[in-house]
Design a protein around this ligand. Sequence first.
Ligand code: NOJ
Length: 735
Amino acid sequence: MKNHIIIYFAAVLFVFTSSLIAQENKENRFVDSLLNRMTLEEKIGQLVELVTPNSVTEKMLSNGNVSSILGIKDADIANELQHIAVEESRLGIPLLFTNDVIHGYNTTFPIPLAEASSWNPGLIEEACRIAAIEAASNGTHLTFAPMVDIARDPRWGRIAEGSGEDVYLGSVIAEARIKGFQGNDLKSKSSIGACAKHFVAYGAAEGGKDYNTVDISERTLREIYLPPFKASVDVGVVSIMSAFNDLNGIPASANYFTLTEILRNEWNFDGLVISDYNSIPELVKHRFARNKAEAAAKALTAGVDMDMAGDDMKWSVYAPHLDSLIKNKIISEKILNESVRRVLRVKHRLGLFENPYVDKDFYKSNMPSFSERKNTALRLARESIVLLKNENNLLPLKKHLQKITVIGELADNPHHPLGPWNTAPILENVVTPLDGIKNYASKKTEVEFIKGCNVEGNDRAEFDRAITAAKSSDVVIMVIGETREMSGEAASRTNIDIPGVQLDLVKEIIKTGTPVVVVLMNGRPLTIPWLDENVPAVLETWFLGDQTGNALAQVLFGDYNPSGKLPVTFPRNVGQIPIYYSHKSTGRPFNGNDKYTAKYLDVDITPLYPFGYGLSYTDFEYSEITTSKRNYNSDEIIEVSVTVRNTGLIDGEEVIQLYITDKFASITRPVKELKDFTKVLIKPGETKKIKFVITPDKLSFYNIDMDKLVEPGEFTISIGGNSRDVISKSIIIND
Ligand code: NOJ
């Protein structure tokens, strides 16, 4: 019987692998036959992406000088341009239309950092499927997402666009996003291609200053910054974007080691690499190339296939320079051919040769209904909210209060909840915090709104009105934080306190004695020690997109029990940065009684809120980590279970997090590393046994020779509801 099963599975595997090989061969034959018919000019054209759609001329398209266009958001325009490329160019190669579909297209979902706080990859995937079909219906073939940069510096504005500080969480979410965009079938009209960016280590910019230099060891590169890209490649991402930063002396957009040796040779990535906007001509600014021609040669040789912003007269590099570089034999046509091949391969994979046009009828009947899309946005938004503090169970609020005062510029503005990066948002669909509170409060409750102050500036003119209103209220909800322009690209800050006079206003309102709930809206961790000490309830809502107000109100009034967990550490002050949970022990780990240990004189060594942290309206108790035995071989699978009990009075979802510590190793290892998690609903009084499976790769690391392996010895398995509060058990990996 057993033999039959093995033979059956071997046969299935054989058929599957053979069909993959056949598909690949067919693709290669198609691409090569096209390539063989192309002129040098046409080949170069395939490496050019235009970013100013208005400047595209019919001649450029019919001559085959354009491969791709960024920023088309209209099916008719897309079809019109495509028609010229397909019908009027010599070889009829279709155009590839790209957009930055970062957290939704028309439906705006929470910003990526918020979505990561949901620790719900399935729901994130669902949101990306919706974004994909909305974008595809308007002509998009490929999105410049997900951003999979690990970010450990909250000063860096682009932390908002990623999944935070952790390698494992970041990789799992990268996979979910790519699966969501690309679906099961890349050629489907509901799918778009994804692009993992920014390759690589862009998030490690010195001082959190956008575009800044990165200088890190190969070990850090391989352990921290590369894994989410590797996960993206393994799940089939069709493209990668090369980054702006220089990495250990070589700009990422001309880095042969990362783009060719690692990405192509080690990982066998055969998709397309596109430069970030102007990152090739910026090699001149890096003073790594003397001029744009040299920049073009260096980028193409390193492995950048397509030049983004190739239409900008001042900046384009491939279009004006590749011809003479090839003719003068400075770069070989073989290298050029390889890049063209990759572009054509991706166009083929996306089905553009069979279906170049937007099929408007398809979307009329296949677009999920508005209410389905809204429902996903609401579920994701509420799961992205993190309850940071809830003294004396101030939350959830009772529904039948007499009066609620809502304060803050951010409470009544539909623009900010959209957060940084929007493609085609619909402003009228945004439910502001104030709208949401009105939607969910009892009809008998008076809801008064007073702006109080702006996010920025020092105008205190409305302070008195806010104080008076607060005095006559049962509760005050203050929505404070950052504007949407304060995070995202080119939005780094050195001071990550609450901007303007917002905190001063909170202090005044607290003095009234009326209970205060602070709702934070921001794109990065902020330094909020005063709030933590003095405000009874604090909610982190980031930027939640269209359903901001409804999601917030569901949490405020207890229609939804918050389950979000921080994907990034909150520092006490900016001087603690970089601060992340998976740090090393050092030779002098912190010991409060001993002066000569790793600490600061002027601030507590711990973060304000640790990675993975987030409260619920109920409590969970962890007990009994069990493994089937204590000693394992290094190739064995370890089954672990833990018991989690809901000790409170209401249903709650808990994110159960599993961390591993390699106790002693030939290379210093982090104090703990997240290796698995699961989100479960537990009823009051119910106990659930949660099982995890630890595969050998989760115990492995790069040794001195950069070989990835498991070293025998003791490992600690820690499980809990955040990275700080865990229970542990140790196991031994035998020699
Ligand atoms: C620059 C950004 O760094 C990148 O993430 C984005 O995809 C491109 N601009 C195109 O908008």
